[in-house]
Write a protein that binds this ligand. Structure first.
Ligand SMILES: NC(=O)c1ccc[n+]([C@@H]2O[C@H](COP(=O)([O-])OP(=O)(O)OC[C@H]3O[C@@H](n4cnc5c(N)ncnc54)[C@H](OP(=O)(O)O)[C@@H]3O)[C@@H](O)[C@H]2O)c1
Length: 360
């Protein structure tokens, strides 16, 4: 099957190397690059060459940024190409439009690599949602912030030192705002919630950064046998849902607390399956490319099957579904996550959230 790759960064290079050397089921016919950057004959500059080529069955979007990725995915679906993407920002931004286009065209839109790197959370959610009412999805979904908190937990390190260390190791961007401010995780938990509940997440939800977490705060929780992980959290009851991004208090002996370094974990609860915890490398060229390869195989295997993951507009946001105790500065306050985030933002202090009913 002939495919086209958009971009040639870390993930795309790992993906192309794997397909070229180890996977005979796919042939990369084009690699889209910016003008003047082509270094081999397959590299092209004009997306229209891909869109108008009837041999191309899958467009594999491995671009950074938002706008070009979003526009190219739209154009690819409109040109009747299946799409596989790793770009969470672009997918989240255009989720309703892109899934609707795919649905109307009976095309596949696959996005395993957008959430949790190689960890097969999306495929599992789509599969589980066929035979479960999934009532919660939590996740350690960002390698940079997990690296920082894990080191603070295990080595009693300072936040600023560990942020510098994460940057030195190449886990964190020079500008880490998207990671430590929660924007990266907010895209991921939004995509995962939509996939789990099969509905569009249309309401703004509370997102609280982890940059105010200090060694002193971590040490205080350690004395009580607890620690903090930075998580996307999401609950659903019938057609009501709530979600957010927040530092979460967990037991120090739990699996969550011990997810190391830049690893990720997805925690799913369904009414039939109970708890499922999926763990693996949340980032990096090869692990992420692996998820992209799996999506390509899924598209190929199900190419003549109408995709059965249809999303609705029936979900209603209800912040009271997500309640717990918020450690807001020196105070412990019980309430909804939305309420607690509003207080913490107002006071400009750290927030750590102990979720009602979350057993780890
Ligand atoms: N790296 C990971 O661990 C990881 C994990 C999960 C998901 N992802 C997602 O996967 C995607 C790729 O990540 P990456 O780490 O490979 O990023 P990267 O190394 O920054 O590569 C991004 C690529 O996109 C290209 N690009 C951006 N806009 C373009 C445009 N308009 N036309 C042509 N090329 C364009 C860049 O070209 P130039 O080099 O010319 O700028 C570069 O080749 C991102 O959306 C990222 O969020 C990455």
């Amino acid at each position: 099957m002939k495919i086209a790759v958009l971009g040639y960064g870390g993930v795309a290079q790992a993906f192309c190397k794997y397909i070229d050397e180890r996977d005979e089921e796919f042939e990369i016919k084009y690699i889209l690059r910016r003008p003047g950057k082509a270094t081999e004959p397959r590299m092209i500059e004009d997306i229209n060459q891909i869109l108008t080529d009837n041999e191309i069955m899958i467009v594999v979007d491995l671009l950074g940024g938002l706008d070009a990725s979003y526009q190219y995915m739209r154009q690819a679906l409109a040109a009747r190409k299946h799409v596989v993407t790793a770009n969470k920002a672009a997918l989240c931004y255009g989720f309703e439009e892109l899934t609707t286009l795919a649905d109307k065209g009976r095309l596949q839109l696959r996005y395993e690599a957008t959430c949790g790197g190689t960890v097969p959370i999306v495929a599992e959610l789509i599969s589980l949602s066929r035979c479960n009412e999934i009532d919660s999805v939590f996740g350690i979904l960002n390698g940079t912030t997990n690296f920082i908190l894990y080191k603070m937990f295990k080595e009693r390190a300072e936040f600023s030192d560990m942020l510098k260390e994460a940057q030195r190791l190449g886990y964190a961007e020079a500008d880490p705002t998207s990671d430590i401010g929660g924007f990266d995780v907010s895209n991921k938990i939004s995509i995962l919630s939509a996939s789990a509940y099969r509905g569009y997440i249309t309401k703004q939800f509370p997102v609280y950064g982890m940059d105010k977490i200090t060694k002193r705060l971590m040490d205080g929780f350690a004395v009580t046998g607890k620690t903090i992980k930075y998580m996307g959290v999401s609950k659903r009851c019938g057609n009501r849902y709530a979600l957010g991004v927040v530092p979460v208090v967990v037991n120090a002996g739990s699996i969550e607390a011990n997810v190391p370094l830049n690893y990720n974990m997805g925690i799913i609860h369904g009414d039939n399956c109970g708890d499922i915890k999926l763990y693996g490398q949340g980032a990096g060229g090869r692990p992420t490319a692996d998820a992209v390869v799996r999506d390509c195989h899924t598209v190929k295997e199900t190419i003549n099957v109408v995709p059965d993951y249809i999303f609705t507009n029936d979900l209603v946001y209800d912040p009271d579904l997500l309640t717990g105790t918020g450690y807001v500065g020196q105070e412990a306050i019980h309430g909804s996550l939305e309420h607690l985030v509003a207080i913490a933002k107002d006071r400009e202090v750290a927030l750590a959230f102990e979720i009602d009913g979350y057993i780890n």
